[in-house]
Design a protein. Structure first.
Length: 80
């Protein structure tokens, strides 16, 4: 199963399944293990935090968000 953060080393991922109503179901055991691991490993917390900050700074700048939002508006306006 893929995930939003797979391969980026910025988060501990928890598999999500879906019930018959398409509602998300977290794997509680994996979540529990990750919480225990995260709470007990200061190095892991620092590394994931630093990586997440770097990811945010590189990919989620105000300029980029404004540019991409403007592009969406242009595409929508072109449809009318």
């Amino acid at each position: 199963m893929g995930g939003l953060f797979v391969g980026r080393d910025i988060a501990l991922t928890v598999p999500i399944d879906y019930n018959k109503y398409d509602l998300p179901i977290l794997n509680e055991e994996v979540l529990r293990q990750h919480i225990i691991t995260f709470a007990g490993d200061v190095g892991l917390r620092k590394r994931l935090g630093a990586n997440a900050r770097r990811e945010w700074a590189e990919h989620y700048t105000a300029e980029r968000m404004a540019r991409e939002t403007f592009e969406v508006y242009k595409e929508l306006a072109a449809q009318f």
